[in-house]
Design a protein around this ligand. Structure first.
Ligand SMILES: C=C(O[C@@H]1C=C(C(=O)O)C=C[C@H]1O)C(=O)O
Length: 405
């Protein structure tokens, strides 16, 4: 759907350099800058010496002290951008940039408009799956044995792909491209900090997630879990058959049900006026169909921020499993790498607690140079087929793969 850009608003004086002629807030985007776009709003922050950042678990007092430091630095109307790891006990990467701009989403309805921005696409020098697809299939088989024992019902298992490019990533081209492919999603590039707080970033989490964990607007909240997926097909008839098959699939509806019932249980403890649809609908990304449930409600405690509620929900069975703690332990045992910020939270928040936190999916960790680690996971339950899960995770990496090369 075509959208018209609103006039960009900026909190620092030099508005001329903030957006390009075609309305994207990405010109000159460098490693350490911030970008987050939802379906209607793009936001950009610039790395500058007077920004404030934190590399700690994202507890309430850490967030409060970050906003306090932003005020001391004279940052007006501060907006915090951040990454919360899959394992929320590990350090989050949080920052409030001193220079910030936001604008509507430019009109990218012309076919290929976003793809033609900037210089040529990088070539891929090497790609190395971690682990090999057959080993990932073995992980799924081990999960199936656990389901047979009956203690755990769902485990989300992921794999990675290490990619080396022949040139630097051009974010000014990549970000509009990712967004054009995922117009209903959340496109992001957020720096990863390391020990030492305000030091240089050690990398960037970049991607286009389809999944909103929490949006807070005053006391209204929106939560949109996805679970249960099938790859799309170029032939419209086959594509429709796949979509209809997903909507009826007992395995996928069961997989989705674990997610919604867990989320609703936690939302009931925190919200009134919950509106939960009777059953899931199907939404499409550029590469997949997903079962989706769009939930709204009203916060009982209006001082609960978007991140507070997100942290109460995280990790949902969409990216962990059911029951949560058992699945979490099995993921640590079965996956041969640390997820880090993959399948964690990515988003932004204002001092009043309004904000959006999406799940960090369909994304990569960029080392700031030519190396990327792409990630993808899939929910496994009794009845899952290892080969289908290998295919599903490969398809999930396609969103990012298509945008880089
Ligand atoms: C784990 C991922 O996606 C999650 C798993 C899904 C599934 O198993 O069907 C669907 C959407 C996401 O909640 C991913 O994209 O890597």
């Amino acid at each position: 759907m075509a959208r018209k850009a609103r006039a960009p608003a900026e909190s620092a004086s030099d508005a001329r350099t903030s957006h390009s002629a075609d309305g994207w807030l990405v010109d000159g985007f460098a490693v350490g800058d911030f970008f987050f776009a939802s379906p209607t709003l793009q936001q950009r922050g610039w790395r500058a010496p007077d920004m404030v950042s934190a590399y700690q678990p994202a507890d309430r007092d850490v967030v409060a002290s970050l906003f306090a430091r932003a005020r001391e630095h004279g940052i007006g109307d501060p907006v915090m951008f951040g990454l919360i790891p899959f394992d929320a006990a590990q350090a989050a990467s949080l920052a409030i940039p001193s220079r910030y701009a936001c604008a509507g989403i430019p009109d990218y309805s012309k076919p290929g408009a976003a793809e033609t921005r900037g210089a040529g696409r990088p070539g891929i020098l090497s790609r190395e799956p971690v682990p090999a697809p057959e080993a990932y299939g073995d992980m799924v088989r081990k999960a199936l044995v656990l389901f047979d024992r009956g203690e755990v019902k769902k485990i989300v298992l992921s794999r990675a792909m290490d990619v080396v490019l022949d040139r630097l990533l051009d974010y000014a081209r990549l970000l509009p491209d990712l967004l054009a492919r995922n117009a209903h999603g959340y496109t992001f590039a957020i720096p990863v900090w390391g020990q030492g707080g305000d030091a240089a970033p050690t990398g960037v989490m970049v991607g286009a997630s389809p999944e909103l964990l929490v949006r807070r607007e005053g006391d209204r909240i929106h939560v949109n879990p996805l679970a249960g997926s099938i790859g799309r097909h170029a032939d419209p008839d086959t594509d429709r058959v796949r979509r209809e098959g997903l909507a009826r699939s007992e395995k996928d509806l069961r997989e989705h049900g674990y997610v919604v019932s867990d989320i609703v249980r936690i939302l009931r403890a925190n919200c009134d006026e919950l509106d939960v649809p009777d059953g899931p609908s199907v939404i499409g990304t550029d590469t997949l169909w997903h079962l989706s449930t769009y939930i709204t409600g009203r916060l009982r405690d209006p001082s609960m921020t978007a991140l507070d509620l997100s942290r109460a929900l995280h990790p949902t069975p969409a990216i962990c499993g059911h029951p949560t703690q058992l699945a979490f332990g099995h993921i640590k045992d079965l996956e041969p790498f640390e997820r880090g910020y993959f399948a964690g939270l990515v988003g932004w928040q204002r001092a009043d607690g309004d904000g959006e936190w999406a799940l960090a999916l369909r994304c990569a960790l960029h080392d700031g140079d030519r190396a990327l680690r792409l990630y993808a996971g899939a929910g496994t339950v009794a009845g899952s087929d290892p080969d289908s899960e290998i295919k599903e995770t490969a398809t999930k990496m396609e969103t990012f793969m298509r945008a880089i090369s």
